[in-house]
Design a protein around this ligand. Structure first.
Ligand SMILES: [Zn+2]
Length: 122
């Protein structure tokens, strides 16, 4: 490879799932009590170096993500978050990751198999 390779980036991703109930007053579809099977994806981005090894320990990251996600599993999200939207779930996960010294490039929360919200922290 020649010089330009230094600009290459690697994206590391781990996924997890949890099930929870919520209701969102004023929301057309989520107003009444119901549940979702959520999928969470945590992305880390790192430049690819000349002699790159695994720069993000995916096993460690997966364990940290699982630990956080388990606090949501089989809960009523309104008991945990003031407004349990995908955005607020993602922001909560980001805040908890930051507390453990993990700075994701983004966190994506799927509420159904066909829709998700992705938050890019500052
Ligand atoms: Zn809902």
């Amino acid at each position: 490879m020649h010089g330009g390779n230094q600009m290459a980036k690697a994206v590391y991703r781990v996924m997890g799932t949890f099930s929870a109930s919520h209701k969102m007053p004023g929301h057309s579809k989520c107003e009444n009590l119901h549940g979702h099977n959520y999928t969470v994806e945590v992305f880390m981005t790192q430049p690819v170096l000349e002699e790159s090894t695994l720069q993000v320990d995916l096993t460690e990251l997966k364990a940290s993500v699982r630990e956080i996600i388990e606090t949501f599993d089989h809960t009523h999200l309104n008991d945990i978050l003031d407004f349990p939207s995908c955005e607020q779930i993602a922001l909560s996960i980001i805040a908890q990751l930051h507390e453990t010294g993990i700075y994701p490039s983004s966190v994506r929360v799927w509420e159904t198999p066909v829709q998700w919200v992705e938050i890019y922290p500052e």
